[in-house]
Design a protein around this ligand. Structure first.
Ligand code: FMN
Length: 151
């Protein structure tokens, strides 16, 4: 089975530092035989989560925007690579909006106990990997701490 690698660009700067890092990561994945795809979140104009509870009973977000294109790709992905610069110690608003809109997947899996959306097997990809690529402007320690994965 071919490995599908989904790249999500959180930076608003096409061709910027995060974009270069992500392209390089995806090129490596492709050279290794993976199928790759890059989504530029800034172009998708994903609305923030409204905490409306619309997904509480179904695990499906009721907002109708281009996040609907992202959900099936997240489910299909064996590897999700996220690239974002540090903006005020966190990730960019574009990426944070996308992350928060995954609340419906959290509800679906952990509250309703159902498999994720559009997943071919009931278990989904148990071994899905996440990669976080990030850049910063400031020198110093701890710049990535709030945005990066918990250690
Ligand atoms: C709104 C904004 C907030 C930023 N906040 C931080 C920060 O808290 N810490 C830091 O090290 N750099 C910060 N930066 C600098 C960016 O992380 C840096 O310029 C980065 O290289 C941009 O990456 P890009 O080319 O992928 O967009 C900030 C830049 C902007 C525009």
């Amino acid at each position: 089975m071919e490995i599908y690698v989904l790249g999500l660009l959180g930076s608003p700067r096409a061709g910027g530092n995060s974009d270069l890092l992500l392209d390089s990561f995806l090129a490596g994945a492709q050279e290794s035989g993976g199928e790759t795809e890059k989504l530029i979140l800034n172009e998708l104009q994903i609305r923030p989560c409204q905490e409306c509870g619309g997904c509480d009973g179904t695990g499906i977000c009721i907002q109708e925007d281009r996040m609907r294109e992202v959900y099936p790709k997240l489910e299909k992905a064996h590897i999700v690579a996220v690239a974002s610069p540090i903006f005020f110690s966190g990730v960019t608003a574009q990426l944070k909006a996308m992350i928060d809109r995954c609340q419906c997947n959290w509800v679906r899996r952990y509250r309703l106990g159902r498999p994720p959306q559009d997943t071919p097997s009931p278990q989904g990809h148990k071994d899905r990997l996440g990669v976080f690529l990030s850049v910063r402007g400031q020198m110093g320690r701890g710049i990535f701490d709030a945005a990066g994965p918990a250690r």
